[in-house]
Ligand binder design. Structure first.
Ligand code: HEM
Length: 492
């Protein structure tokens, strides 16, 4: 009995030592984590970026939080450049996760891919994106087609309306045209079903019981009788994938390898067949293609739609800014001709507004996790290979030393004394280093052409004519404005 008591006390003492000191001693300091659940209870769940800013002030430019696995947070611009940019390859890993293993049998796709597969697939995808016009202005008319559709949908609304469905339609169609070559009609049932699955999947995959599986994978054997949520995630993932499988099948049936590719799927299949013939398939497979298509959708839709929704939330709250945008547009472009990317030069206030939206919105309140591919020193601390590291860009965007009164929406801060737009290197909504957003050029085109065309052809007013929607934010994987209504008045 005495011996059992001693063993239990020793086990508890060892557990507490490990949780409170042992596992932390080799990483940068940070807030003391709770046993098992780490720092999650201390995090402001509505505004995690604020907790990280606060901890940065307390613990310095690099610190560790436990989520419940350790995240080394790099909270300082110079240190971010020093690490994520100058040692790009070392900071370009991604964690291996239980959920990716379950859903994809490994790190496939683009967002969670790693090592050689990621390098080869990212290079190829960027090359195709360039060929499809991000660099060569082939995509611009396609985005403008969707902008015209979007305006006509919004012009036809009567009374208070939510912007999200129309934005999702327009941004989703740009991705669909690029990946599979066609656009949907507004309200299409298939698009609606696909959009719903795409929205539900990340929510289901980040349910607390599913996240717990990352630490304790054996819990999955208790479903059923317990509902861990894993079966639901798998069901949604299969549904999501079936859309891409169908598209790959249709593309294979109609592919003409002697013609230029119609879209990303064609380009991928042509490259894969070429490699198979040459006996050098590398990481090219239909399995990988399916996950890459899914990643472009999931990385490209919600991010762009949320940024646009934030933009109009600010504009409804800052009508003077909207008024200036209207005046600039009327004076420099008018309402007759289509906008073009070349107009960036003559629309400094629009460029400044977009930059300010991206500075303030911080749609990823904790930036996406990387891992280090080898042992490395960050800010004087030795970080072991495979540790998760985060370039915490929101802390830079909200730094009062760089942006006085950082929580105020003020596009003027990006305009110089000569009225010119000043691009600010500290504003990094697409992140930094080798894993920075692959769709940055496309997203910048969409933000400029959609926002600009909307300003050109619509006026936006609060739902009741006077009370702007509140800044209510919903936080999950990302940060989104709560649904809000507004009234759209055509500018004819
Ligand atoms: C306003 C819109 C967008 C924002 C704010 C945004 C932001 C980001 C951020 C912060 C990351 C993480 C980078 C990192 O890990 O450090 C990322 C990754 C990524 N984004 Fe975007 N993104 C946007 C639009 C798009 C679009 C339209 C596409 C579509 C083609 C896209 C495709 C990707 C991909 C594939 C990755 C993973 C890159 C990699 O791991 O190598 N994004 N994005």
């Amino acid at each position: 009995m005495y011996l059992i008591g001693v063993i239990v006390i020793a086990a508890i003492a060892y557990f507490l030592y490990r949780e409170l000191y042992g596992k932390r001693k080799d990483l940068p300091p940070g807030p003391t984590p709770w046993p098992i659940i780490g720092n999650i209870p201390q995090l402001d769940l509505n505004h995690p970026e604020k907790s990280l800013i606060q901890w940065g002030k307390q613990y310095g430019p690099v610190f560790t939080i436990w989520m419940p696995v350790p995240f080394v947070i790099v909270n300082d611009y110079d240190l971010m450049k020093e690490s994520f940019l100058k040692q790009g390859d070392v900071f370009a890993g991604r964690p291996k996760t239980f959920i990716m293993q379950e859903l994809a049998r490994g790190n496939y796709g683009l967002v969670f891919a790693r090592d050689e597969l990621w390098r080869e697939q990212r290079r190829f995808a960027l090359h195709v994106l360039r060929d499809f016009g991000v660099g060569r202005n082939v995509l611009e008319p396609k985005i403008l087609d969707q902008a015209r559709e979007l305006i006509s949908i919004l012009h036809s609304t009567k009374g208070p309306t939510q912007l999200k469905p129309a934005f999702t339609f327009a941004v989703g169609n740009v991705i669909n045209v690029m990946i599979v070559g066609y656009a949907w009609k507004f309200g299409d049932q298939k698009m609606e079903e696909f959009r719903k699955t795409l929205e539900e999947l990340p929510m289901a995959a980040t349910k607390p019981t599913v996240l717990l599986l990352e630490l304790y994978p054996w819990i999955r054997y208790f479903e059923p009788p317990f509902n861990m949520g894993l079966k639901h995630v798998k069901h949604l993932s299969d549904k999501f994938r079936s859309f891409f499988l169908e598209e790959i099948r249709k593309h294979k049936e109609t592919l003409d390898e002697n013609e230029p590719p119609r879209d990303y799927t064609d380009a991928y299949l042509i490259e894969m067949n070429k490699r198979i013939k040459a006996g050098n398939q590398g990481s090219f497979s239909e399995w990988q293609l399916m996950f890459a298509m899914g990643d472009m959708w999931s990385a490209g839709l919600e991010t762009t739609v949320t940024t646009l929704r934030f933009a109009f939330l600010y504009l409804l709250n800052y009508p003077d800014v909207l008024k200036k945008l209207h005046e600039e547009m009327d004076e420099m472009v008018g309402r007759e001709r289509d906008l073009s990317m070349n107009d960036q030069k003559i629309l400094p206030y629009l460029c400044a507004t977009i930059q300010e939206v991206q500075r303030l919105a911080n749609i990823l309140p904790i930036n996406l996790q990387h891992t280090v591919t080898e042992d490395v020193i960050v800010g004087g601390y030795r970080i072991p290979k495979e540790t998760i590291v985060v370039a915490q860009t929101p802390s830079i965007h909200l730094d009062e030393k760089l942006f006085p009164d950082p929580y105020t929406f003020n596009p003027e801060r990006h305009i110089d004394a000569n009225g010119r737009f000043v691009k600010n290197e500290h504003i990094l909504p697409f992140s930094i280093g080798k894993r920075a957003c692959m769709g940055e050029s496309l997203a910048r085109m969409e933000l400029f052409l959609f926002l600009g065309s909307l300003v050109q052809h619509c006026d936006f007013r609060p739902a009741d004519g006077k009370t702007p929607p509140p800044f209510k934010i919903i936080t999950g994987m990302g940060q989104y404005p709560a649904p809000y209504d507004c009234v759209i008045i055509p500018r004819t």
